[in-house]
Design a protein around this ligand. Structure first.
Ligand code: FAD
Ligand code: AMP
Length: 477
């Protein structure tokens, strides 16, 4: 007999596995179909984020920053360090251990919550049936009162630079998280979030990194004042970022790869030992729905959904990278919680205006809400408050007094509209602004909140004070 579940989720990344846990917490009989096979050849939960995305990249960013700081940073503190060596194998083993701990952790959470893991490839059939093709080729079908598709995303490939991670010369992010030697030169196509993070890792470990970015604007989605400061800082670190440089073709040669690109001055070529293709990600909808299921796809292959993540098929939802919105793990997880609660008859909701973005470079970049350029385009009247970390005592003591906090508030109501940070621990600091926006706070609310001293958070406080020209530790203009 075909088994019927309350909910079947296809995909066990941060969108799908969080949805599964929340469904189970709400008393729904839940199964999650997941096919990932990890670097050890074992089935694994956690998706891109835990296996080859957020977590391994942050592990290497942390390790590489320690290495770089030991070599360059401690001198200012009066600490002389000699004889520093790099054990890249050990760095990679540490990264792999963290990945295994976290992915095994999800499996433990499934068991503890009673979520059934159906290992294999899931496909939506008509009538909310889900077909599961197991690794050995056998096929099962289950019924579901509700289906949640959370199949994530894949790196975009370009004909000009075909990726082969196994060969390890032209690679995508998965390959660049796994180099076994530091390349002398690394080319990066695309100066987006992933290119910048992985470019930073290998730059810190000693590679000469050249980034080729097709568009003229740097970090077009970020507030452009912050993006300009970021570009200045990254260039100072030795990242060779070339804007308006479109890669047209590549050739594999004995020394590595010859990369042909075009900018406004004409055609050029560079030779690099390894090449990372990081030109964005696309929704992963390969063989996810049988034609007879009538699932509707929208622009650029995303599964079409409404605000509540329901597809055109009643009872079938889609969440995470496979639907519109920023391709961020926490966005997918929150959609998972929202949908689980809606299925359980509750009032699940997600505030798409309060999603934090983080880039884990040095300095870190983080933001929430509207950028200044968006406010201008939308004709929303605003006031700006800024504060530099160079005037923040804690940042000075840490010897990382670079960057700034920028707050945008409505000119008439003072409601917080956006917060943009480049500087130390921007990834953590931004959360204060996310909470403030979620609570519909004003800049005055932030300005009247007591902030501990000396902390980096005082820079957020001062930026809020500065919205009304009341900053205490900088000259108000
Ligand atoms: P995924 O994590 O892609 O998971 C989808 C899962 O579905 C996969 O496990 C896949 O095997 C499975 N699947 C697909 N099709 C089927 C099928 N038919 N049957 C069964 N299973 C299927 N985001 C952040 O928020 N912060 C970061 O710091 C960050 N860093 C990143 C760094 C890198 C290098 C990369 C590549 C991404 C990073 N991201 C980061 C993005 C983040 O990884 C994604 O936004 C997130 O993983 C999306 O979650 P998801 O659950 O929608 O999809
Ligand atoms: P992201 O989506 O943040 O990962 O960024 C990907 C970046 O790659 C975008 O800024 C694109 O402009 C850039 N890009 C796409 N195709 C090319 C190309 N052929 N050459 C150089 N850059 C590219």
């Amino acid at each position: 007999m075909v088994k019927t579940y309350d909910v079947v989720i296809i995909g066990g990344g941060p969108a799908g596995y969080v949805a599964a846990i929340r469904c189970a917490q709400l008393g729904l009989e839940t199964a999650c179909v997941e096919k990932w096979i990890n670097f050890k050849g074992d089935p694994a939960l956690g998706g891109t984020c835990l296996n080859v995305g957020c977590i391994p990249s942050k592990a290497l960013l942390e390790s590489s920053e320690h290495y770089h700081y030991l070599k360059e940073g401690f001198g200012n503190h009066g600490i002389q360090v000699e004889g520093i060596t790099l054990d890249l194998d050990k760095m990679m083993v540490r990264k792999e251990d963290i990945v295994l701990q976290l992915t095994n952790g999800v499996s433990t959470l499934f068991k503890a919550n009673g979520v059934e893991w159906l290992q294999g490839h899931g496909k939506l059939l008509a009538g909310r049936q889900v077909e599961i093709t197991h690794q050995d080729g056998s096929v099962d079908v289950v019924n579901a009162d509700h289906v949640i598709i959370a199949t994530g995303s894949m790196p975009i490939e370009i004909g000009a630079a075909p990726v082969n991670n196994a060969e390890g010369i032209i690679v995508d992010s998965t390959g660049a998280l796994d180099f076994r030697q530091v390349p002398k030169t690394l080319g990066v196509i695309g100066a987006g979030v992933i290119g910048l993070e992985l470019g930073s890792v290998w730059n810190r470990l000693g590679a000469k990194v050249i980034m080729l970015e097709a568009v003229d604007d740097f970090l077009a989605l970020a507030d452009q004042q912050i993006a300009r400061e970021a570009l200045r800082q990254f260039k100072k670190q030795g990242l060779d970022i070339r804007l308006g440089a479109r890669v047209m073709a590549t050739e594999k040669i004995a020394e590595g790869v010859k990369v042909h690109f075009k900018d406004k001055e004409g055609e050029h070529e560079i030779v690099v030992e390894k090449l990372l293709v990081s030109v964005g990600r696309r929704p992963n909808t390969d063989n996810v729905a049988a034609p007879g299921s009538d699932l509707l796809f929208g622009e650029r292959g995303f599964i079409h959904v409404g605000d509540d993540c329901e597809t055109n098929l009643p009872g079938v939802y889609a969440i995470g990278d496979v639907v519109r919105g920023p391709m961020l793990a926490h966005k997918g997880s929150e959609e998972g919680i929202m949908v689980a609660e809606i299925i359980a008859g509750q009032h699940g909701h997600l505030n798409y205006d309060a999603i934090p973005w983080v880039i884990y470079t040095h300095p870190e970049i983080a933001w929430v809400g509207k950028t200044e350029q968006a406010l201008k385009t939308e004709g929303i009247p605003y006031k700006i408050g800024t504060f530099p970390f160079s005037a923040n005592g804690r940042a000075k003591a840490m010897d990382t007094a670079i960057g700034m906090v920028k707050i945008l508030a409505h000119a008439e109501t003072d409601t917080l509209l956006g917060c943009h940070i480049i500087g130390p621990y921007a990834s953590e600091l931004i959360q204060e602004a996310v909470l403030a926006i979620e609570f519909q706070a004003s800049s005055e609310d932030l300005a009247r909140t007591i902030h501990g001293h000396p902390t980096l958070y005082e820079a957020v406080h001062e930026a809020a004070l500065s919205v009304h020209g009341r900053s205490l530790h900088k000259i108000n203009t």
